[in-house]
Design a protein around this ligand. Structure first.
Ligand SMILES: Nc1ncnc2c1ncn2[C@@H]1O[C@H](COP(=O)(O)OP(=O)(O)OP(=O)(O)O)[C@@H](O)[C@H]1O
Length: 282
């Protein structure tokens, strides 16, 4: 029977055209929809390529040999990309390359896909205003996209991706050009997004451990670990060269375990609070 509740990847490998070695190697994992998934890993681990597969860009726009499957419920980007594409929003690593280049204003850029989908004018205006407010772009709505700062451009790229209300939102390093306040606002906003599965590549490990339901660790194209941030961070191999969150480092230094058998150190604020209370009351 078809499973409508999961994003699932099964024995997935991908090799770019003209290459011999796969950059994704036999990945199998599945998560319930509506989860937040953080993808982490060292340089060239395959994070961007996995985002491209999840968005269907690989192999439809960037060619190569894809083996195995990627499914959103019973839909697959390989079998029916147009239908699958309507359910996904993708924010590229480089926000410049994502803009249509045809819009004179930020408002028009956000509205672009809605116009293509034939959404009615009043609904477009309402949705553009709502999304701009969520991403703190209201003051920029009548400006040219060319006049925006790097961080504002990233927020515009996110606005264009969410305005069509995708089932899955794929974000490839979406805060790389934001300042610390912008980054913190972004992660706080991400926590408020509902009814959307979010897949996010980021180096912001503290923030990922606060918001993610699940982390996937890639190393040289292999999925070497996946699970809750607590499980993953407590079972890292130094070989993967993945950073641990500040809270984990602090708690392990102070020997404040959250659980003792097996020993697990906290990775986010809620967990830290719990284990500090336990250690104080002993
Ligand atoms: N369009 C492409 N054509 C050929 N090879 C590519 C292409 N894009 C990426 N690669 C290669 O695929 C491998 C994985 O790259 P990818 O960008 O997916 O990794 P990443 O984990 O996102 O890296 P980073 O953290 O440096 O952005 C790298 O060896 C890279 O050179």
């Amino acid at each position: 029977m078809a499973n409508y509740q999961k994003l699932s990847i099964n024995q997935l490998s991908f090799t770019y055209q003209h290459d011999r070695v796969p950059v994704l190697n036999d990945l199998t994992v599945s998560v319930p929809l509506d989860h937040i998934i953080g993808i982490i890993g060292n340089h060239h681990a395959g994070k961007t390529t996995l985002c491209r597969v999840l968005a269907g860009i690989v192999p439809h726009i960037i060619a190569g040999n894809l083996v195995g499957s990627c499914q959103l419920g019973d839909q697959s980007p390989v079998q029916d990309w147009p239908a699958y594409n309507q359910q996904t929003g993708f924010v590229l690593q480089d926000p410049h390359s994502q803009l249509s280049g045809l819009a004179d204003t930020v408002a028009d850029e956000i509205a672009f896909d809605l116009l293509n989908h034939g959404v009615e004018e009043t609904a477009i205006q309402q949705r553009v205003a709502a999304v701009a407010a969520q991403l703190q772009l209201t003051a920029q709505l009548q400006q040219s996209p060319d006049s925006l700062s790097g961080g504002q451009l990233q927020r515009l790229a996110i606005a264009t991706a969410i305005v069509t209300r995708p089932t899955v939102l794929i974000l490839d390093d979406p805060t790389s050009e934001m300042d610390p306040q912008g980054r913190s606002d972004f992660f706080n906003w991400l926590k408020t997004v509902t009814h959307t599965t979010i897949v996010i590549v980021s180096n912001e490990i503290d923030e990922l451990c606060e918001i993610a339901d699940e982390l996937w660790v890639l190393e040289k194209g292999h999925l070497v670990s996946h699970g809750t941030p607590l499980q993953v961070m407590n079972h890292l191999s130094p070989k993967w060269q993945v950073a641990t969150p500040t809270i984990y480092q602090l708690a392990s230094l102070m020997n404040w375990p959250l659980a003792t058998k097996p020993t697990l150190f906290p990775v986010n604020f809620n967990q830290l609070r719990r284990c500090v209370n336990v250690n104080h009351s002993n």
